[in-house]
Design a protein around this ligand. Sequence first.
Ligand code: ZN
Length: 93
Amino acid sequence: MYKYKKRLIIFLVIHAILTVLHNIISRDVSAENFYFINNWTYYLVMSWGIFIVIYALRLNCPNCGAMQVIRGMSILSLRWPEAKCHKCGVEIE
Ligand SMILES: [Zn+2]
């Protein structure tokens, strides 16, 4: 699971960079232009965020199927993926 953890960290770092980039670029975008296509960095950040969520959702145990990152409905149940399944203890990688 270490490989997935590293990948997830890289994805989140890219997301942070994109968010900063969006803030710099969209400084000139006025409120009425907010939802227009020239605010493309906004959509970029949003779609990248959705991609990370989908990626995290797909990280599950091959034995019991338990999700390794999103372990519940609350934000507090988010965990980094580990070498062993948090539920059944099977070695994932
Ligand atoms: Zn498991």
